[in-house]
Design a protein. Structure first.
Length: 282
């Protein structure tokens, strides 16, 4: 999906190279171009400490896919536990083969996976719950998203936090396609917004990949979403029972690009494309 840091959107100059072609692994390319689990868990830990004044222990990763974040969480501290929830067996099986196998026995013992719909309970209790990579945008109707938020609220431990990421900006209100080249890995990542309906805020997105020397692989991942705004989400979270919500906005580097560092704000910036976190307190 769209990368979390705007700084990563800068197009890179491609180097010519001889390429050894291998079988295409879409989850490997997704992880290289979209995810940063080791950085993300540090952000989750920092914000929890900032808001609660103590360390969390149990993370639940909803819509976990191949659960790279959960693996990074149990590696972070030797007492941290994680639960991963997803209703698609394909990425879960991939994660078990490629990520879970790399953990120590103790780390594996602290990670529990469930193949289930996040709307169907009961869900494991946790100190913090994450729905990242904009996965909850699949809930296109307000009552359904409110049902999910209420379910999360009920499952959180006392004083727990829900972490969401979201994105928007004027560039997201029209079809567009953006290419980022990863010269060291010798491939290009394409984030393709195929459509946007301003009446419903429904939008269709695709991820394409192209390895150097090969044809472009179209629609490797597909997302049929509703573009939820920050005010809509905060209103829904309050209605679901959360006591407070906070917005964490990305800072800028000296060139005016995103620096990957997020701080709590009361106002944002009118960027063409932005990514932010919403953190809700039980």
């Amino acid at each position: 999906m769209v990368r979390r840091h705007r700084r990563e959107r800068r197009q890179r100059v491609r180097k010519s190279a001889q390429i050894q072609l291998a079988d295409f692994d879409r989850y490997e390319f997704y992880q290289k171009s979209v995810q940063s689990p080791e950085e993300d868990v540090l952000f989750l830990e920092r914000v929890y400490r900032e808001l609660k004044g103590r360390d969390p222990a149990h993370l639940r990763e909803d819509f976990c896919g191949a659960f790279a974040l959960s693996c990074a969480w149990v590696r972070l501290q030797d007492h941290y536990r994680a639960s991963g929830i997803d209703n698609d067996p394909d990425p879960l099986d991939y994660g078990k083969t490629h990520y879970l196998a790399q953990l120590s026995q103790d780390e594996r013992d602290r990670l529990v996976l469930s193949e289930q719909d996040v709307l169907e309970g009961p869900l494991p209790g946790a100190d913090l719950v994450c729905a990242l990579n904009f996965s909850y945008f699949c809930f296109k109707q307000r009552p359904v998203l409110l049902r999910y938020f209420r379910s999360v609220y009920a499952s959180l431990n006392e004083g727990g936090l829900l972490f969401l990421d979201c994105f928007g900006g004027s560039k997201c209100c029209e079809p567009n396609e953006e290419e980022t080249e990863y010269e060291d890995e010798q491939f290009s990542y394409f984030w393709d917004q195929d459509s946007f309906d301003p009446v419903t805020n429904f939008a269709q997105f695709y991820i394409h990949f192209k390895r150097y020397g090969e044809k472009k692989r179209e629609k490797v991942f597909s997302y049929d979403w509703r573009m939820w705004s920050i005010p809509e989400l905060r209103d829904l979270l309050t209605e679901a029972g959360f006591s407070r919500t906070h917005v964490y906005w990305e800072g800028n580097d000296e060139d005016g690009e995103g620096n990957g560092e997020y701080s709590r704000v009361s106002e944002g910036e009118p960027c063409e494309a932005w990514v932010a976190y919403i953190v809700a307190e039980k």
